[in-house]
Unconditional design. Structure first.
Length: 153
């Protein structure tokens, strides 16, 4: 049955589980209703990473429930990585975790490798992708520090 928002800025009716009013903080899903538009929030999340957990908690404390992408289990493909890089304004090397053993083992520090080689390496070895990444409304941010994702919301 429809739910009437208690928000003074948004007094729209919606079905629970479909939309979330930021001001009211109803309905824990990834699509939220703001004063201006609908937006979906996704987080590329590694539950073993303290920064990733802190970023997710930060979003949840603000009444947001992002779609959680467990990217180590279901890695983004090369096309999605290119899209993420464009939203972040980074090169592939800028999104890579250079301290990982796989980075050294695969010889990824080699400056002669092209962008596509590095993207392919991240798609094949998602552990190389910096985390967490929050994406919403065609924008993206890396949660290092976690508060940096607030700039895109």
């Amino acid at each position: 049955e429809p739910f009437q928002s208690r928000c003074s800025l948004l007094a729209s009716t919606y079905l629970p589980g479909l939309l979330l009013c930021i001001e009211c903080r109803h309905s824990p899903i990834s699509t939220i209703l703001t004063k201006r538009y609908l937006m979906t929030i996704r987080i590329f999340h590694n539950p073993r990473c303290s920064k990733s957990r802190a970023t997710l908690t930060l979003l949840q404390e603000r009444g947001l429930e992002p779609e959680i992408m467990l990217y180590l289990e279901d890695p983004p493909d090369a096309a999605e990585l290119r899209s993420i890089l464009q939203m972040l304004g980074l090169t592939a090397r800028g999104l890579m975790r250079k301290g990982e053993a796989e980075y050294r083992e695969q010889g990824l520090a080699d400056e002669s490798l092209c962008e596509e080689d590095l993207i392919a390496a991240m798609a094949a070895t998602p552990k190389l992708i910096e985390r967490p990444i929050v994406i919403t409304d065609g924008r993206a941010a890396i949660g290092r520090p976690p508060e940096s994702v607030l700039d895109i919301l």
